[in-house]
Every structure is written in structure tokens, then in C-alpha cells.
Ligand binder design. Structure first.
Ligand SMILES: NC(=O)c1ccc[n+]([C@@H]2O[C@H](COP(=O)([O-])OP(=O)(O)OC[C@H]3O[C@@H](n4cnc5c(N)ncnc54)[C@H](O)[C@@H]3O)[C@@H](O)[C@H]2O)c1
Length: 250
């Protein structure tokens, strides 16, 4: 759970429901402040740094001896950077891919380890509408979020059947957070924004209903829609997909 935005709102909701919550963020100052306000533990970690992340999970386990729910978050400023064709583009976008995708894999790997240790639980990925739709505005962000959803749905069946871990993904549209600045948010008409409360309500639904697993939940304005993974187009594809589903990377 991070020290701002969606993660902070979810942490606040969970505390209101009586959960024991640990938040983590690379921003130690904001994280400590948020934890003090919320009344919960904070451990600093950059999710692209596996050792820091592993330490956060280990400290959480030491503190509470269990992990029931991991809400994965991330964010790096969305940069696809080029100064024109005079010089080579600066690969700032690689950091977006690293945080969004590699950070997610690392977090999920550790979360599964600890969730399995206490007999199962719930793993909710913060994917995005960018996981479902291509985005010309932020192609690397969209590609990395497609990766997040693809990964979540790829591990969902095995996680559920073998480890009693429910894997679901949130795919929100636009929610005003610290993700970008006011000027950028002003580009999105108010009528199309999703209130933070809506997202938190969906998290509550996913946590409370033990029958929901392997879903992507698209959250658009005040509505939410459950999506299952795409059905294979023909018999050859069924064989290909089944072969993949019989294995697990975690
Ligand atoms: N806000 C939206 O409209 C929206 C829509 C769809 C998906 N999302 C996704 O929701 C997630 C949370 O974003 P948000 O909108 O709450 O933004 P936010 O900027 O308010 O919060 C992101 C948090 O992540 C932390 N962070 C960034 N890089 C990190 C790293 N390497 N290691 C650890 N912590 C790091 C930041 O310090 C910050 O506290 C992101 O994955 C984002 O892509 C947001």
C-alpha cells in the first residue's frame, strides 16, 4: 500500500473495516506521514528493488505473522520522452515499464509466498483501463498495464486452485490522485471521472465475495464491469492455452 492516491484510500478503507494494515512506498517522508495519520505501520521500499521489497514483506510477517490481502500499486511519472529527432530519445519510459511491470512481478512473487504461508488470501492488482484498451497517448504505460493484467490472469487459475489465493485486477478509468498535476487532470471532463469512493467500494466487493477470482474489473465513472479472460478462438488455441495453464511461474 502506498503513501498516496489509490493505495492510501484503500488503506484507509481497510482500517475502517478493522483490518491490520501495513503501507509501503518509496517516498519515506510521505509514507511515514500517511502512516501516522492513519495509525498503521509503514515500511519504505522501492518496488523495483527486490531486496527492499522482500525486507518489507519480511518485516510485515514478523509484525503480524500473516498476510491476507495484498493490494499492489505502483506509479512512476508517465514519461515517453524525446527531444525531437536531433538526438536520440531519452529512455525515461523504461522506468515506467520497470515500475509498472517488473515491480508488479516482484511484488506478486513475494505476496504469493506469504499469502500461501497463511493458507491463502486475496491478491488485487491495480491494473488500469490502459490494460484493456490501447492508448496512443501513453503507449509504454498501456503496454506495461496490459502486461500486469496478462500476468494477473495468467496466474489466477493456478493461484486459486493450488494456493487458495484469489487473484483479481482493478482497471480504473480516471481518478484524481497525485499521479499527475492539476493541469493534466484538467484535460479530463468532470463527468467522466471516477470518484475514489467507487474504487474503494469495488475493492470491498472483491474482498467480501469469496466467489470472485480471475476477474478484471473495469471501473468507469460510477459503474463497474467484470471481465473474464478472453475465450480461445478455436480448438488449436484451446490446446495452446491449456498447455500454458498447466504450468505456473510462481
Ligand atoms: N489515478 C488514475 O486515474 C489511475 C487510473 C488507472 C490506474 N491507476 C493506477 O493506480 C496506481 C496508483 O496510482 P495513483 O493514481 O494512486 O497515483 P499516486 O501518484 O497518487 O500514488 C502512487 C504512489 O506510488 C509511489 N511509488 C512510485 N514509484 C514507486 C516505486 N518505484 N516504489 C514504491 N512506490 C512507488 C509514489 O510515491 C506514490 O505514493 C498506479 O498503478 C496507476 O497506474 C491510476
Amino acid at each position: 500500500m502506498p503513501g498516496s492516491g489509490i493505495g492510501l484510500a484503500v488503506a484507509s478503507y481497510l482500517l475502517s473495516q478493522g483490518w491490520l494494515v501495513v503501507i509501503s512506498d518509496k517516498d519515506a517522508v510521505a509514507g511515514e506521514k500517511a502512516a501516522a495519520e492513519l495509525g498503521c505501520k509503514f515500511f519504505a521500499a522501492d518496488i523495483t528493488n527486490y531486496d527492499q521489497l522482500a525486507q518489507t514483506f519480511a518485516l510485515t510477517w514478523q509484525q503480524y505473522h500473516r498476510l491476507d490481502f495484498e493490494h499492489y500499486y505502483d506509479e512512476e511519472p508517465l514519461v515517453v520522452s524525446s527531444d525531437g529527432f536531433e538526438s536520440l530519445p531519452i529512455p525515461a519510459f523504461l522506468m515506467t515499464a520497470k515500475v509498472n511491470f517488473i515491480g508488479t512481478l516482484q511484488t506478486a512473487y513475494l505476496a504469493q509466498h506469504y499469502l500461501a504461508r497463511n493458507g491463502g488470501g486475496s491478491l488485487i492488482f491495480t491494473a488500469s483501463s490502459g490494460s484493456l484498451y490501447p492508448s496512443a497517448a501513453v503507449p509504454v504505460y498501456s503496454a506495461s498495464k496490459h502486461g500486469v493484467l496478462g500476468f494477473a490472469q495468467s496466474i489466477a487459475k493456478y493461484s486459486w486452485e493450488e494456493k487458495n489465493i484469489r487473484v483479481n485486477s482493478l482497471c480504473p478509468g480516471t481518478i484524481i490522485t497525485g499521479l499527475t498535476d492539476e493541469k493534466n487532470w484538467a484535460r479530463f471532463p468532470k463527468a467522466h471521472l471516477t470518484p475514489m469512493k467507487k474504487l474503494v467500494d469495488v475493492v470491498g466487493i472483491l474482498l467480501d465475495d469469496p466467489a470472485i477470482h480471475g476477474k478484471a474489473v473495469e471501473i468507469s465513472g460510477l459503474n463497474h464491469y467484470f471481465h473474464s479472460p478472453r475465450t480461445p478462438v478455436d480448438e488449436s488455441m484451446v490446446v495452446a492455452v491449456d498447455e500454458v495453464q498447466s504450468r505456473s511461474f510462481l
